[in-house]
Design a binder for this molecule. Sequence first.
Ligand code: PGA
Length: 239
Amino acid sequence: MAGNWKMYKTRSEARAFLAAFTPLIADLPAERTVVLCGPFTCLDLLTTAAGQFAPGAQNVHWETEGAFTGEISAPMLVELGIRYAIVGHSERRAYFNETDGTVNKRLRAAQTHGLIPILCVGESNEQRQAGFTDPWIATQLEEDLPGIDLDRLVIAYEPLWAIGTGATCEATEANRVTGLIRTLAGRADLPILYGGSVKPGNIDELMDRPEIDGVLVGGASLDPESFARIVNYKAFAAT
Ligand code: PGA
C-alpha cells in the first residue's frame, strides 16, 4: 500500500500528518507493507518515523554522483534510510521528458544500490479509446525491464486518465490489466499495484480482485485518515 505525496507537504505539514497517521496503522497485519513516498525535503522525517511503514522517494538518478542539477542519486537516498523509489511515474514522463530508456537506467541504479523501485506504466485516454492499451503496456515493459531483477521490483499499473481525475478504472479492468502485466513479466509472485483515483470508497472493491496486490495512492494519501482507511482495507477494517 503505497502513498505518493508528489509535490505536497512542507516539513511542518509532514510532521502533522505523521503524528496523526502512525497511530492509525499501529495494528496492521505483519504481511501488509505500507510505503510513503515524500518530497526530498521530508525524507528524513519519513525515515525517522518509519516503523509501521517504509520510506520511499519519488525518483532516483542513474548515476551515483555528478553534474546533474536537481537530481538525487540512489546512494544519497540509501544513506538516509530510504527503501523504495517510484520510477517512471507518468508525471515524470509527461512533464520532464523521461523516456523508457532513462526509466530503465533509473531502475537499474535503484536496484544496484539496494532500493526497491516501483515502476509505473499505463496508457493514455487516447490509447485506450483506440484499443491500444495492451500493446502499449507490453511495449513499456519490453523497454523498461531489460536487466531488471524481478525479485526486487514492484510494478504499478496507473492508467493516465485515472490519475488525479476521480475517474477510477473499473476494478474488473484494473484486475485484467494487472494480470496482463503479471503474464508479460513472467512472474506469478511479482507485486503489482493499481494506481489512479484510489479512495477510501473504492479500496475494498479493488483489493477484492485477485490480481491486484496493492495500490499506489496520490491525492488520498495526503490526508492521514483517508490514507489510513485505505491501508486498513476491508480484510482488516472489518475485524
Ligand atoms: P491519484 O494519483 O491517486 O491522485 O489519482 C495516483 C498517482 O499518481 O500515483
